[in-house]
Design a protein. Sequence first.
Lengths: 325, 340
Amino acid sequence: MTLTPLLELRDLRKTYRLPRGRVLRAVDGLSLRVLPGETLGLVGESGCGKSTLGRCMLRLADPSSGQILFEGRDITTLPERRLRALRPRMQMVFQDSSAALNPRRRIGDLLAEPLRVHPAPDGRRRPASVIAARLSELMDLVGLPVQALERYPHEFSGGQRQRINIARALALTPRLVVADEPVSALDVSVQAQIVNLFADLRRELGLTYVFIAHDLAVVRQISSRVAVMYLGAIVELGETDGVLHHPAHPYTTALTAAVPRAVVGHPHAPVLRGDAPSPTAPRTGCRFHARCPQAQARCAQEEPALHTLRPGHAVACHFPLPPGP
Amino acid sequence: MPADPPLLAVRDLCVSFPARGRMVPIVEHVSLDLHAGEIVGLVGESGSGKSVTAMALMGLIDSPGVRVTGSALFRGRELVGMPQRQLRRLRGRDIAMIFQDPMTAFTPVYTIGWQIDEQIRAHEKLSRHAARARTVKLLADMGVPDPAHMAQRYPHQLSGGLRQRAMIAMALSCSPALLIADEPTTALDVTVQAQILELLRRLRGTHGASILLITHDMGVVAQTCARTLVLYSGRMAETGPTEAVFDRPGHPYTAALLDAIPPLYGPRPDRLPAIDGIPPQPADRPAGCAFAPRCGHAHETCLPAPPPPVPIGPGQQAACVLPAEGTPLPPRGPMTECTA
């Protein structure tokens, strides 16, 4: 791939020190490239580190080691003051649409704030008229009436609030948007509206997304590539349908099989036993071997590295599954 | 369908709450039958009234001024209006409930074993020793590893999946005939959800329990329930055998809800067929069909009054004017989502 990645993570680690000498390895030596214009879906179960990873990507959490490159430039240790100049180009949308909006401020105020805090590309402050024009443009973009600017967050439904959060993330025309479970709190009928909105905005504005979600069907709908995380590491990465329909990692297989499909009479998949082990537990070998139905002796001793299986499909498994029919 | 009388027969259940000087209907005219050994799904989006329905059946709504009308016969006994003292004897012993969040359903200050023992001893004269023996057996039945040791743990020391198994064990401790499960897997990861759904399906055989499963997830319904009742804005939109409801939905809401789910397999649509708008607030429900403002088929006959449920197939009813007007929805067909 000759394209310069918009975002690159190199051997990124984020560890938290807990009482009694325990160490939680939330992100555990992870490397990843996000290419301009793509939507990378990041899936995994709770506690796998996907949210921590999302926060590290934008330096909302500081990694313990490793490198973060944004637009080819190392931002791992960039001081906050200089990072601020980059913030307009990298934004985040959070799961809890109401927690992300100050309940005491009007929508217009909330959306104007980034435009007031950050200078325009010419280095000057934006005049009020420019901000006002941009606000109505944003409302239009996310499908809300301009009158909404005068109202408070509690006057909106969950789906509408998420539209407001998206509008705020887009206020400064970012290149990269990291969305952390942006539709998982929404009902199906509204969820579909917001998923469509994400797709429309990507087409209109040429955005690049990192889309974090636990719902595989939602991720499939929006993503060009998918990364499957387990206990702080990527275990499988590749083109969306390649990964979800022909998984090479036994964990991905179990994860896709466990999704309850809205199809009656679909055979019940064999169930993966047990829970994910604690991310604080010391481990050797493959991080999945204790639950893996295919585990062999080697898996308990030697950690498999993420390696390319076929073009556009990488897996971290000693015994990857053959592609299906 | 079995011919003997249903275990639970709900007719015209209505629940209204007082707000701003008037009664606001939250649940309107819900009827359902649950037969012995059956799993029936109660599906709907947030605010559709599915949890309020369950709470009303359990006699657990005690807000001042609330009005519950209609009938709910459980083994021939009327639950609506039953005095609290009688209800208390029924709850836990004959009808049990499990909730979405086992962390708040257990008290954090006692071990889970203590809490299950307590429930058993509240309903049956048993020694502590005998109660604990049953607790340990129940936990083992629910697939809890090392049950004797787990019983001595506090709720926060268990994973979400184990806590949910412990709560199901507690619910089953007096072998209830009816288990009401309110979003039992919503807080769980998919791999753990699959384990719990498998457990619920198995319970019918091992513990003879009938289950009313409340969920927002059409996938969970498809995998678990023989029959389904779809609620929209506090009213029944559709009810019937799950397969018929999924393959030949009679109500445009059911069809739209199924269409809005992104497919995991098969062709990937460019855009999802979303349903525009949001459900109405209970106080602002339209006089006619509650779904009409979002419905692509809405026309003047939908507007004067809520359409009553009409039979559209064996055991299937839809509260929509289309079938009666001779323009029923086309079938979605089995397996619109094909395997890879």
